[in-house]
Ligand binder design. Sequence first.
Ligand code: ASP
Ligand code: MG
Length: 409
Amino acid sequence: MRKKLIVQKYGGTSVGNVERIEAVAQRIISYAKRGDKVVVVVSAMGDTTDELIELSRKINPRPEEREMDMLISTGEQISSALLAMAIHKKGFEAISFTGPQVGIITDTYHTKAKILKIETRRIKHELEDGKIVIIAGFQGISTKSEITTLGRGGSDLSAVALAVSLHADRCEIYTDVDGIYTADPRIITNAKKLKYITFDEILELAARGAQVMHTRAVEVGKKFNMPIYVRSSFSQKEGTIIMDKTPLIEQSMVRGVALTENEAKVTVCDVPDKPGIAAQIFTKLASQNINIDMIVQNVSHKKMTDISFTVPKDSLAKAIKISNRIATSIGAGSIVSDESVAKVSVVGVGMKSQSGVAARCFSALAKNKINIEMISTSEISISCVVAKSTGKEALKVLHKEFGLDKMKE
Ligand code: ASP
Ligand code: MG
């Protein structure tokens, strides 16, 4: 039988201390013993990256990004070397590398670099030699020979990109949860673990505020159709497979719900109702890199309309300032903002082929006396802005309405 090539990634919690590193070493060895070739990607131990960032701020509140990359790339170097040592102690062969050493080539944008290509020669050579290859995640080397990092949480991306470049048979992401759930289990106690979910659903859930998987990693998986297995490093349980098309015969309409309380609503009141005004407002906001999510324009009677939109809370001050300036120049009224809003979303590719999802959403919320302030839809999702005080309740209502509490696969 052909030997399988498996890429495994272990997150910060999974390698958080000596005992955990030893447990991870044991798990890796069990694969190697089966004859599989294993490439392992590791994150920095526990909160190392946060601690390094904090440390840098004490020295210089505005450090140069090149030096930041020099600093924060060290966390992963530590965990990869320690993991190799743990494997050696158990009598197996392993070798650790930094991202630059194995030719993970990136562009030159420090602290948020993009991977351009991976030279797999060295890795393949070591695998042929019978070694377990351990690679520091989250980092690479730029086309200008500088150390770069890929953005927070970037080890997932390293792992998926390596799996794609090596044509791996399997890409596994080990984390501290045992898979992907129909909702955040901290809010919805009867959320169910999904056996499968599609790339598109995961991307949509992440965009709607669910903290699931690193978005860029999922995008790479989707682009090259590399299924991603998300599992816990603390148990033997099967996790969730993120894939292009699930093997489910009849896809349920909704596969997950998400809640975010990180957005705020801005309303520009009494906007003159004539062509070009919306274009002006949103062009200005976009040019300042403010990410607009939902937009609602109310019906007008007196040649005036109200335009409401949502922005991430940390851009609110900037959005208000810009809106005020535009309001004055176009002869609109006041700017009103509301930070106590929440957005609930339902997501599922099954919606494409079935009607009535929106109606069910709205009826379920209405039945529970939850007022909807704004609505937006995409091909595979429906989102509603509600008062923040009703956000969690709205999430529960929708989770139940679409039978997610009884989801089996
Ligand atoms: N250690 C890095 C971070 O905390 C990368 C990662 O964990 O994936 O962002
Ligand atoms: Mg981390």
